[in-house]
Design a protein around this ligand. Structure first.
Ligand code: IMP
Ligand code: MG
Length: 191
């Protein structure tokens, strides 16, 4: 972690680094290789889930060496706190028709899995040729559905993660690494 965090973290909510920048980038390069092999000649459509997956999507797609397209969806899954409600609303839908396409959902993190299971059901109904999930992070301990992710960057412990796209109250997305939020410094009712 860089020496002076007071400017970006005035409330000192960064507890510790969970995944260093170098490890993130190395793993994303590996995922890029794997996807380039698996999707050679399939022209996949990568569907990023806004806003958290934007940084991962941008780095991942630059590691894919076969033709692919990108699109984005925005869904709401959280209120102001840190727990999934299970109620998912589509705020922005895809631009593209995905029928017959090879679709890969690109997610920042799978926590309860409720958001993802909704998305998978929703996109499956549009009859893509294939539908898989690539998640940068997963918290297996928290899973409430039996959703499977074909591609996973890292399994992390049951901590609230921030950085590299992940926010707490819209902050910390721009950190180049993934850190754990210091939950002991938050008011009780937020977690
Ligand atoms: P799920 O429905 O519980 O799997 O949560 C899905 C969404 O909640 C993710 O796509 C994130 O946007 C957000 N989320 C879940 N866990 C975390 C976390 O630890 N930090 C930041 N956002 C999270
Ligand atoms: Mg997300």
């Amino acid at each position: 972690m860089s020496a002076d965090l007071t400017a970006i973290d005035p409330d000192r909510l960064i507890a510790e680094v969970l995944v260093e920048e170098g490890a993130l980038q190395a793993r994303i390069a590996e995922l890029g290789d794997e996807l380039s092999r698996d999707y050679a000649s399939l022209e996949p459509l990568l569907v990023g889930v806004l806003k958290g997956a934007v940084f991962f999507m941008a780095d991942l797609v630059r590691r894919i060496t076969v033709p692919c397209e990108i699109d984005f969806m925005a869904v709401s899954s959280y209120g102001s706190g840190t727990d999934s409600s299970g109620v998912v609303r589509i705020l922005k839908d895809l631009d593209a028709n995905i029928e017959g396409r090879h679709v890969l959902i690109v997610e920042d993190i799978v926590d309860s899995g409720l958001t993802l299971s909704y998305l998978v059901r929703n996109l499956q109904a549009r009859r893509p040729a294939t539908l898989e999930v690539c998640a940068l992070l997963t918290k297996p301990e928290r899973r409430k559905t039996d959703i499977t992710c074909r591609y996973v960057g890292f399994e992390i412990p049951n901590r609230f993660a921030i950085g590299y796209g992940l926010d707490y109250g819209e902050r910390y997305r721009s950190l180049p690494y993934v850190a754990a939020l210091d939950e002991s410094r938050l008011p009780d009712d937020l977690l």
